[in-house]
Design a protein around this ligand. Structure first.
Ligand SMILES: Cc1cc2nc3c(=O)[nH]c(=O)nc-3n(C[C@H](O)[C@H](O)[C@H](O)COP(=O)(O)O)c2cc1C
Length: 311
């Protein structure tokens, strides 16, 4: 196990509430951290670097003394004009965890290490995992088949096995993990922590709008479509949200230019990302209640796994 030792006493479950564009804000982050799981949000959920800094300050002020660490997602891609300014604020406020996506940057890794922070990098292919391991990240997040938003096509079994062979840092698994039993399964498969997006979107504290919540409650795995049509990078979306916006969900034509919030957020406002784990979601509890349910389900899963063990 390679959960950072400084985090262990503050975590009540080996879980990160994953960053979600237009969905995670201070309420969700504070709710998650105070309940004992890592809370995160994308810096781009605020329209300006000043707004981002204000959110960091608000989160800092609202965290309890025993809260789990919090993190931010920075999009490391040339289409993100705010990267430099957002990174400067991240360093100034000493954000404990930086989750990088869509690009790697060794200077960023060094800068975060410089103040004692950690960098986890999110990957959808094993090639990117190898590059990130070499660059010196502290954690790798395997975003496997069925994950909400940009997702890989790789089996979680294959991903964990191959990444573990080349990486001894914190190994995190994402993709359709919605229950405590699935968190337990992820750790039995070799992950140190689970990365859960869609399940945390379905909470009282998320910024999801009412129709989006209804769609999540109605949807099953078959209602998710894997398509590059929204951002230019293949990802999982609620089929019904594409249809409601007048799009043909089966038209896989990508947009003219990449679009993931760094350039034009409009598409994400109406076309809603969600993972195949929607089928296991039937409620919208406050985060603290969700974490309690996940905890008891997780404990029960280990007890029944022991009983079911063959031979
Ligand atoms: C609505 C939505 C928005 C997302 N936005 C981002 C984002 O801005 N940055 C990012 O790194 N990942 C984003 N993701 C991906 C999540 O961080 C995470 O990889 C994914 O939700 C895990 O799979 P799950 O939803 O099946 O639990 C998003 C996912 C969803 C569902």
């Amino acid at each position: 196990m390679a959960i950072p030792s400084a985090w262990r006493a503050r975590l009540r479950l080996p879980v990160l509430s994953a960053p979600m564009f237009l969905i995670s804000g201070p309420d969700l982050v504070v709710g998650a951290c105070n309940a004992g799981v890592v809370g995160t949000f994308p810096a781009l959920n605020q329209r300006s670097t000043e707004g981002y800094r204000d959110w960091l300050d608000e989160i800092h002020d609202r965290l309890g003394p025993d809260a789990a660490p919090y993190g931010v997602n920075l999009v490391v891609h040339r289409s993100n004009p705010r990267l430099e300014a957002d990174l400067a604020v991240t360093i100034d406020r000493k954000v404990p965890l930086v989750i990088t996506s869509l690009g790697l940057n060794r200077e960023l890794i060094d800068a975060v290490h410089g103040y004692g922070g950690r960098v986890f990098h999110d990957v959808t292919t094993l090639r990117f995992a190898a590059k990130a391991a070499e660059a010196g990240v502290d954690g790798l997040i395997a975003v496997a088949y069925g994950a909400g938003g940009h997702a890989g096509l790789i089996s979680p079994f294959a991903a964990l096995h191959e990444i573990r062979a080349i990486f001894s840092g914190t190994l995190v698994l994402g993709g359709a993990i919605s229950t405590g039993r699935q968190i337990a399964a992820a750790t039995l498969m070799g992950a140190d922590m689970a990365y859960m997006g869609t399940r945390f979107m379905a909470t009282a504290e998320s910024l999801a709008v009412p129709r989006q919540r209804e769609m999540i409650l109605e949807a099953r795995a078959a209602d998710i479509v894997y398509t590059p049509a929204v951002s230019g990078i293949p990802g999982n979306f609620l089929r019904a949200s594409l249809a409601a916006a007048g799009r043909d969900p089966d038209d896989l034509t990508p947009p003219d230019k990449l679009n993931f919030g760094t350039t034009d957020a409009r598409a994400w406002r109406d076309l809603w990302a969600a993972g195949q784990g929607v089928g296991a979601i039937d409620d919208m509890p406050p985060v603290a209640a969700l974490v309690e349910t996940l905890r008891s389900d997780y404990a029960e899963a280990f007890a029944s796994a022991q009983a079911a063990r063959f031979a």
